[in-house]
Ligand binder design. Sequence first.
Ligand code: DX5
Ligand code: ZN
Length: 218
Amino acid sequence: MVKIAPSILSANFADLLEDIKKVEKAGADLLHIDVMDGHFVPNITIGPLILNSIKGKTRLPFDVHLMIENPDLYIHEFVKYGADIITVHVEACPHLHRTIQNIKSHGVKAAVSLNPATSLSTIEYILEETDMVLLMSVNPGFGGQKFIPSVLNKIKDLRKMINDKKLDVDIEVDGGIKLDNAADAVKAGANILVAGSAIFNTDNIDETIKLFRDQIDH
Ligand code: DX5
Ligand code: ZN
């Protein structure tokens, strides 16, 4: 079963809980939370305080995507405020193995993300330690960018790598996912789709999530 993870980056922050309730009611599976520090990526977004304000108010698991330098310093805090999955970027983690162990030591799922130009070889020796790999299909930093098509082959290669090693690792794709390319990402081997602008920038969130389901369940 493919999971849908709406990214609250495109939600209405003046009424965040209402938007979260809408995606929850529409059948979303995870809540994707994009944390940016203005260093690793050229944008500043959500911090632990926002997680704290929504913690316990939705049944959706928190899928926390850390686009920050020195993530080890903040893992403890994100777990405290409700993170269920924590994703770090391979490009920001010189001691990736240690960082993954740090995440897992808190009893939450550990995931690694790769920018579009980063090779899959960077995670070859950490794959069996990770619960999920997040492949960026835009350069991280902003919502509403265009999907980079070469990522489809990268998804296929990663799915093969996971199958060859007989592992059970989720593949999440993030960036530029719309109704017209969601099925391609799933066909390539992704089983979790992040969508921000495609879900929150529509008049009818409920209908949009149903349309996504139609695309990916066939
Ligand atoms: C981009 C973020 C994404 C973003 C996706 O750096 O990691 O999660 O919110 O937004 P859309 O779906 O609009 O490309
Ligand atoms: Zn993200």
